[in-house]
Design a protein around this ligand. Structure first.
Ligand SMILES: Nc1ncnc2c1ncn2[C@@H]1O[C@H](COP(=O)(O)OP(=O)(O)O)[C@@H](O)[C@H]1O
Ligand SMILES: [Mg+2]
Length: 281
């Protein structure tokens, strides 16, 4: 049986559905007992297979895919712990939180690396939109998470224990994954666009700490700033396309000005490139 036809069999009396409101995007996300129900998305096929692979590899830092429930929703294991809601709690700014996220991401990347880039990993939206600068990241080597926001990491006792929300998983390089980590946990954006709790984070020194915690090699370190800038340039086009084609939360974010935020991030990265590069190489 493939992951797409595996039914989720309810273990007993139906339990009440409790809305999960932490994310920006997925409408209708609920917790039922120790499971999470996620309406199927364009990424469901690849996420189901990926989560199955992680389980077979013995990786503990991601929810299990349990099957598809009677309403057609993806059923995942609920990971107990804390995730950041908006506004972010203070601990999101702690260096120790960021270090533990970098270590968790490294362990995910290493666990998923043997899968490489399987043919099912393309979701049909992988061609660049018109006008989008091409990627400078080079050949993708594995299925990177690529959305390591504080809302998408579960903590237990101050330590990051699981990545959730694999909707943006895609073939990428280590440098691209780390650039995404730096965006959220290294405050790689202008202070005015930061959540208040991370406004004072020093982006250069935090970046150096995150690089060491992840253990990124020297060749990739030398690329990260350029890759982050290229990713920001590409992200404006990719987000706009998602807003147009997928609507929902993507359209809402676009209407709320995320496109302009991305343009400000590009300018900030370009302005600070030399300082950031020096800090991490
Ligand atoms: N498997 C899970 N275990 C624990 N909490 C979860 C799980 N899935 C989702 N959540 C909670 O629901 C919130 C939103 O889920 P997420 O999958 O990130 O949706 P969105 O696509 O809207 O970002 C998360 O921030 C987290 O608090
Ligand atoms: Mg999320």
């Amino acid at each position: 049986m493939t992951a797409d036809t595996r039914p989720y069999v309810e273990p007993g009396q139906p339990e009440p559905a409790v809305p999960l409101l932490g994310g920006d995007l997925t409408e209708g996300l609920v917790r039922v007992g120790d499971t999470v129900r996620r309406p199927a998305s364009v990424s469901s096929r690849r996420v189901r297979r990926l989560l199955d692979f992680l389980q077979s590899a013995g990786f503990q830092g991601a929810p299990r895919f349990l099957g598809i429930d009677e309403s057609g929703r993806d059923t995942l294991g609920f990971v107990p712990g804390d995730t950041a809601g908006r506004p972010w709690p203070r601990w999101v700014a702690d260096e120790s939180s960021a270090i533990s996220v970098a270590r968790l991401v490294r362990s995910y990347d290493d666990a998923v690396q043997p899968l490489g880039v399987p043919s099912w990993a393309r979701a049909g939206d992988d061609d660049d939109p018109q006008g989008c600068p091409s990627s400078i990241a080079g050949q993708a080597t594995f299925l990177a998470h690529m959305d390591i926001t504080p809302e998408n990491v579960v903590f237990q006792g101050g330590t990051a224990v699981a990545l959730i929300d694999f909707d943006l998983v895609r073939p990428a390089t280590r440098a691209e994954e780390v650039a995404n980590l730096l965006l959220w946990w290294g405050a790689w954006m202008p202070a005015t666009d930061r959540d208040p709790v991370i406004r004072e984070v020093d982006a250069a020194s935090r970046a150096a700490v995150l690089m060491d915690a992840y253990g990124l090699g020297p060749v990739d370190r030398a690329k990260v700033v350029d890759v982050a800038l290229n990713a920001a340039e590409r992200s404006w086009h990719l987000m706009r396309r998602r807003a147009l084609t997928q609507g929902g939360g993507w359209k809402r974010m676009w209407d709320e000005g995320v496109g302009d935020k991305i343009l400000r991030r590009q300018a900030w990265l370009a302005e600070n490139a030399a300082v950031l590069h020096a800090a991490i190489t």
